[in-house]
Write a protein that binds this ligand. Structure first.
Ligand SMILES: NC(=O)c1ccc[n+]([C@@H]2O[C@H](COP(=O)([O-])OP(=O)(O)OC[C@H]3O[C@@H](n4cnc5c(N)ncnc54)[C@H](O)[C@@H]3O)[C@@H](O)[C@H]2O)c1
Length: 246
């Protein structure tokens, strides 16, 4: 038996990085997975029966409804929402134009809110649910050149706590994860452009390495499992101790 055997999960940002790691781990632990991304998300492994993917831009107004409907049509349920897709644009405050701000909020926050809203009724009807939102250590600390990103991630904490307080009585938990630096599609190009950044990331925490997507996927799996049924409204830092030093 897998740890989330028979559960049905939506994973956003599943074509790359943390989301790909979460989709793969959830599948390995017995869940069915709808992998959502604007890029194609190929099936990890060979078990096609429990995997489906939907290519959609989460900033589109109808994205959440399309995702929830597809998951119900394909798997007949929604038990776990891994709200993970996000973008990170480094710009100083005065270089942050309206479009940059709006897109960060649309993808990092509004899309998460809409998916929480679109899936709540199905989870309530089943009396069980897990909502896990990807924030960042920037949900607790600011960082230069990341005004829009930091604001959006602080708001993910507020969104998650609000969802938790409303849905707790229905057997639904809502938590957010605060990753430190993770080797993914966001950080790999930055390291390629400036290889000294790898050392910076490796020493951000006290564990002396940057995270791999699997490190974050392990936390998603725990929060999705029955073992985490009494944990809600919580932010779990998976940062190798980076917040200790910030
Ligand atoms: N990598 C890090 O160091 C780090 C640290 C803290 C938090 N995070 C957060 O982790 C989450 C996942 O990022 P990652 O590091 O795996 O990056 P990534 O770029 O590897 O993956 C993000 C995925 O989200 C998808 N995506 C982005 N915008 C989308 C949209 N509008 N519609 C649909 N899909 C969209 C991308 O196509 C991509 O596949 C993000 O919320 C990010 O803010 C990352």
């Amino acid at each position: 038996m897998g740890r989330i055997e028979g559960k049905v999960a939506i994973v956003t940002g599943a074509a790359s990085g943390i989301g790909a790691g979460v989709a793969s781990r959830f599948l390995a632990e017995g869940a069915s997975v709808l992998a959502v991304d604007r890029a194609p998300a190929p099936a990890p492994g060979t078990d096609g029966a429990r995997f489906d993917s939907l290519q959609v831009d989460l900033a589109q107004p109808d994205a959440a409804a399309r995702i929830a409907n597809r998951c119900i049509e394909r798997f007949g349920a929604i038990d776990i929402l891994a709200n993970n897709a996000g973008i990170c644009d480094y710009r100083l405050l005065e270089d942050t134009d309206d479009a940059t701000w709006d897109r960060a909020i649309a993808i990092n926050l509004t899309a998460m809110f809409k998916l929480c809203r679109a899936t709540a009724a199905v989870m309530k009807a089943r009396g069980w649910g897990r909502i896990i939102n990807t924030a960042s250590i920037m949900a607790e600390r600011p960082y230069p050149s990341l005004t829009a990103y930091t604001a959006s991630k602080h708001a993910v904490a507020g969104l998650t706590k609000s969802v938790a307080i409303e849905l707790g009585a229905h057997g639904i938990t809502a938590n957010y994860i605060l990753p430190g630096a993770v080797l993914t599609g966001i950080t790999a190009p930055l390291i390629a452009a400036d290889p000294t950044l790898r050392e910076t990331y490796d020493t951000m925490g006290v564990v002396n390495r940057m995270a791999m997507p699997e490190d974050i996927a392990n936390a998603f799996l725990f929060l999705a499992s029955d073992e985490a049924s009494f944990i809600t409204g919580h932010g779990l830092a998976v940062d190798g101790g980076a917040l200790l030093k910030m």
